[in-house]
Design a protein around this ligand. Structure first.
Ligand code: ATP
Ligand code: MG
Ligand code: MG
Length: 355
């Protein structure tokens, strides 16, 4: 069969690999960590650094298509891969999504609302940004943040230089605090021909900065849901995107009206799309494989009136036997071994009748 390459070896790569193998592809995973959940399900594995030009070229040369499962793949590595194979999504989507300043500027330039933001490089630029945006505000590193790491809320009376210390003086942005009433996301796929398949917007609840539960459909108006889908489609089209992407948004209720503000995007399959594993006619992992291979996109229809996905974080995973005994639960484990606190170990999806 054709070879699909995956850059990155976490649980997202693992779940893409399983679906790709089911569709007859040979999967080759490239990652810099020898203990990668995706290695264990891939037909081929390369353990090398993302700065190893030769290893990247050899890997890509053997692949028909290469994709990535995390946004911190260095752009230089993506550009090497692009010289030897089709890289989908391309290096531009990666470069845009891996830097919050570039990402927010890009989305705002499309005329899509984002939180007010300012670039922060030092104490004077932070003081100026705080004077502009007011408090509370959120200081976030431009790169490498996930699960709420690399960010700090600055409230009335908080010391600005302590906030810079908290993010180790990394290049950052300051964002105005959005008084949201719900967090939603849209998972969507775009094919090389520009065709889109968009899943129902879902509602996300975080605990300790980590996604805890995704519920579908989101409890928002049909108008807001349509607007959310349209925003994701516009972003995908503007990036000439190929594959699955996720766009996180805040829903703000003011007076009787609802307004959406884009928070961030992920140029890959996304945790808030895990509900599609049994909750939609086509899972996001199969959909991603279809999109990057240029195959027809699958049906995004929801399979039940309500779908709920719960992450198993840290010791939650010790409940796996109990979850398996529940006929209404569909369990996925990532094979990560030790259930350290804050580590995403698996997830469970349940379908139900009512809202
Ligand atoms: P992820 O794990 O989703 O990649 P992340 O570490 O990249 O998260 P964000 O999604 O930017 O970080 O922020 C984490 C959470 O912090 C958001 O889900 C939201 O609850 C809150 N948050 C972030 N930015 C803002 C904002 N401007 N106003 C209000 N709340 C915010
Ligand atoms: Mg993020
Ligand atoms: Mg986020």
């Amino acid at each position: 069969g054709d070879v699909l390459g995956i850059l990155g070896g976490g649980q997202l790569g693992r779940m893409i690999a399983v679906e790709a193998a089911r569709l007859g592809l040979v999967v080759h995973v490239f990652n810099d960590d020898p203990r990668s959940p995706a290695f264990e399900v891939a037909a081929r594995a390369t353990h090398a650094r993302f700065t190893d030009t030769e290893a990247l070229a050899e890997f890509a040369g053997g692949c028909a298509v290469v994709t990535y499962e995390f946004e911190n793949v260095p752009v230089a590595a993506a550009e090497i891969v692009e010289r030897h194979a089709l890289l989908r999504p391309g290096a531009r989507a990666l470069a845009t999504a891996q830097d919050r300043l570039v990402e927010k500027t890009f989305v705002a330039d499309l005329g899509i609302p984002v939180a007010p933001f300012r670039a922060v490089d030092d104490l004077p630029s932070l003081e100026a940004a705080l004077a502009d945006l007011g408090r509370p505000a959120i200081l976030k590193t431009r790169r490498f943040g996930y699960d709420g790491k690399g960010q700090v809320v600055i409230r009335e009376g908080d010391d600005a230089s302590a906030a810079l210390d908290a993010i180790a003086h990394a290049p950052a942005i300051l964002e105005g605090f959005v008084p949201f009433s719900a967090e939603i996301s849209v998972v969507a796929a775009r094919g090389p021909d520009g065709g889109m398949a968009v899943y129902d917007p879902c509602e996300n609840r975080h605990e300790g900065g980590i996604l805890a539960r995704t519920s579908v459909p989101a409890a928002i108006s049909a108008q807001a849901a349509d607007e959310a889908r349209a925003i994701a489609s516009r972003i995908a089209a503007a990036l000439d995107y190929v594959g699955v992407l996720a766009v996180e948004m805040f829903l703000v209720r003011e007076g009787g009206s609802e307004r959406l503000v884009v928070n961030e995007m992920a140029p890959r399959v996304h945790n808030s799309g895990h509900w599609t594993d049994i909750g939609a006619a086509t899972s996001q992992f199969e959909q991603h494989v279809r999109a990057v291979c240029g195959w027809p996109l699958g049906d995004t229809a929801r399979r039940a009136p309500r779908v709920v996905m719960d992450n198993l974080v840290g010791e939650d995973a010790h409940r796996w036997r109990e979850i398996l005994s529940d006929a209404s639960a569909h369990l996925t484990l990532y094979g990560k071994g030790e259930a350290r606190a804050g580590r995403k170990m698996g997830h469970v999806t349940r379908l139900s009748g009512g809202r």
